[in-house]
Design a protein around this ligand. Sequence first.
Ligand code: SAM
Length: 313
Amino acid sequence: TKQKKLAREEQERLQKSMVVKAFHAFYEAQYGERWSSLLWALHAKPRAACLSNKFADMAVFADSMESLTNLRRIQFVSVPLYDCDNRFPHPERDDKNVYTCYLLDAASVLATEALDLSPEDRVLDLCAAPGGKSVSILQHLQFPMGSLTANELSADRRRRLWKVVMDYLPEDLKQYVSVTGRDGAQWSQPDLFDKVLVDAPCSAERHLLQNDEELCKWSERRSVQCAKRQIALLNAALKNVSVGGLVVYSTCSISNLENDKVIEKALQKRKVGVEIVHRTWLIGEKTEYGWIVLPDTSSGWGPLYFCVLRRVS
Ligand code: SAM
């Protein structure tokens, strides 16, 4: 049995080295010489910024941040998002039991800024769990004019999402947010939403690189499968947003197949009039159709790709 165990381990090692080789070849083909520095940045522990929650007592938030060194506001977004030189403490609740802040990648907040939110917007977050971007969206809304529908297909993840969203709102405002559990690709409620965020499930390479077991599951075929699902989700969003409204498609993938190529293919298949909205941001770089924040050139934030589309007819 010891021999069997050794043989099995050798088999696993070989399998892993083949996957890793294919992984590097795939991304080197896309990024060329940049791949080695990007890979190095992707291996680093993800960074967390701290988004203060406007629905909580800001005095409690200020108290909990007091001991942090060099706490500073991040300038590339409009909402109060902070960076510091040490680790942020666990978020705290105020007297009404509302959490005072949420920790997330600053690039995620940038993707929600791309929705160009107004206080009265009716927003659909189509793939919402665990809820970081939903919490960011809420910071722009004013109730009862505005509303948020946070949708998540997976029941387990939806439970977590529900808890997050409710933990960030006081009792009297919870009624303006609904959490739903539908397949986003089958969504059919035209004209109900001014803005739709499609933060699609993706290859999440930075996450894979933190976990050997996950990395072993990577394949180009999986990225192609992901892209198919992403195209269906994006087209459902475009079909349902009201005319004049915006859809932001985002992923944390570095694969062009799951980013610009998804936009290209969705536009070929679309049934409604759509134009791409081009805008530049203070961090990240332009891609063919959208924008990408990569950690090698954006102080460790990202990866985060997004593209803004406006429905015109
Ligand atoms: N927006 C989230 C945030 O900022 O916390 C992260 C979303 S994560 C990238 C993608 C989510 O989409 C996953 O929770 C996944 O379970 C969910 N999902 C996958 N397929 C879906 C579908 N067809 N409809 C709705 N949600 C889906």
